[in-house]
Design a protein around this ligand. Structure first.
Ligand code: IMP
Length: 433
């Protein structure tokens, strides 16, 4: 039994992390976000209420202590709106926000859009929330941190410096642009005042609670294939959206991290640009999109969908050191026959041994598939009854599909999901956490 558990999406995000963080949060004291910002969209359905979070850790519906650690970038307006919405639902806010997380300003959002246009065919199809420009400023060491936000006398001169740099940059793309710096300062000063009660040095706090053996769930945002260092560069996000980002994003030493769960969907989906080797463009993709509700939580964009790609997932299993996996959205493949799983890629007539990380190579690869018999459609209530009965009640063809995933990935399964609700879950290892 581990005290800490991390949930990592092993594909391009949207694997159902929110649901499983919420599930594990039932046993946890604390839930921590350590990367990304409001580009994330974590959905939780519990007791008839649907929660959608972009920044708040998914422990909020259960009123767990929620920590937004230093590896995140913060749009204060979005965070305050989420706090307000939770309060309206009668939820107690138990939030700690890192003083060293970086702050997103309006010019970051504008630059995100302009840079995307400028990049042309290399554009990643970002969420245009200012995530990339804010992380760039952090690396350039002229970004503003939450500590500056809540101390207006520190924020003012730094904001002036950053504003002038950004203004000259934006004007290259758009000479008409002008936002008055005073209004940005006043707006952000007010956000700082409202957020100040939540702000602490989360690295100190987290190390203390890890040593105190508190039960902690770490919630990665996005997916491993979108990671800046080990993903589909440049068609990914700007943070290490994997277990490798956890230590840097929290200040917890790698040896204290604990167990790592990788979550995959029963098929693959992606938003944004970039090669997607198993993508489908036919009636099957339309059915999967509808049955899996594959529309972006943040942007509402229809997600691209395709067959399960275990070849790139194997790469994620390796770099994340995955202990066990979760397979979500198995119900969304109902009624589709046959089903396919990609186990490798072929390049110039040869099958590859390992996933070729460069998109220029992947563009020339063809997926190699294994074919499986599908399972019949069921109602939501029928899926819930199956979940209640457990693994043996699953359709036989689904069990064969699941076994094939397990064999191919050489990784044990922690849980299966056959519906959006917290209870539509079959846990195979109650002892893990
Ligand atoms: P950014 O993170 O907004 O810069 O977007 C970079 C890439 O990551 C784009 O292809 C986005 O569609 C994708 N992306 C960012 N956040 C998420 C997420 O939470 N789920 C899925 N894709 C995401």
């Amino acid at each position: 039994m581990s005290n800490n558990i991390t949930i990592i999406g092993l594909s391009w995000g949207d694997e159902g992390k929110g649901k499983f963080v919420d599930y594990l949060a039932q046993k946890a004291d604390i839930v921590v976000r350590f990367n990304g910002g409001n580009n994330a969209g974590h959905t939780i359905k519990a007791n008839g209420i649907k929660y959608k979070f972009k920044l708040m850790p998914s422990g909020a519906p259960l009123e767990r202590e929620c920590i937004i650690a230093n590896g995140c970038v913060i749009d204060p307006k979005v965070l305050l709106e989420e706090i307000e919405n939770l309060k309206k639902l009668g939820k107690k806010i138990n939030l700690k926000l890192s003083s060293t997380a970086h702050v997103i300003f309006p010019f970051h959002r504008i630059l995100d859009g302009l840079e995307e246009e400028f990049k042309g065919k290399y554009s990643a199809g970002t969420t245009k929330r200012g995530i990339g420009p804010t992380y760039s400023d952090k690396a350039a060491r002229w970004g503003l941190r939450v500590f500056d936000l809540v101390n207006p006398e520190l924020m003012k001169p730094k904001l002036e410096m950053l504003y002038n740099i950004k203004k000259s940059l934006i004007k290259i793309y758009d000479p008409t642009w002008d936002i008055d710096i005073e209004s940005i300062f006043e707006e952000y000063k007010s956000y700082g005042e409202q957020l100040k009660p939540y702000v602490i040095d989360t690295a100190n706090y987290l190390n203390q609670v890890v040593d105190d053996k508190k039960k902690i769930v770490f919630e990665a945002a996005q997916g491993s294939l979108l990671g800046i260092d080990h993903g589909f560069y440049p068609f990914g996000t700007s943070s290490n959206s994997n277990a490798l980002g956890l230590s840097a994003g929290t200040g917890i030493p790698p040896k204290k991290i604990g167990k790592i769960l990788g979550i995959i969907k029963a098929y693959t989906s992606r938003v944004g640009e970039g090669r997607f080797p198993t993508e489908l463009f036919n009636k099957t993709s339309e059915i999967i999109r509808e049955q899996g509700h594959e529309y972006g939580t943040v942007t509402g964009r229809p997600r691209r969908v395709g067959w399960l790609d275990l070849f790139n997932i194997k790469y994620g299993i390796m770099i994340n050191g995955i202990d066990k996996i979760v397979i979500s959205l198995l119900d969304a493949l109902e009624g589709i026959n046959p089903l396919k799983i990609c186990t490798s890629y072929e390049l110039e007539g040869k099958s590859l041994d390992s996933w070729p990380i460069h998109h220029e190579i992947i563009e020339n690869c063809k997926p190699i598939y294994k074919t499986f018999e599908g399972w019949e459609k069921r109602t939501t209530a029928e899926w819930l009854t199956i979940a209640e009965k457990g693994y043996d009640a699953l359709p036989t063809t689904m069990k064969i599909y699941i076994q094939a995933i397990k064999d191919e990935l050489k990784t044990e399964i922690f849980a299966l999901s056959i519906g959006a609700d917290r209870s539509a879950t079959i846990v195979l290892d109650e002892q893990l956490f």
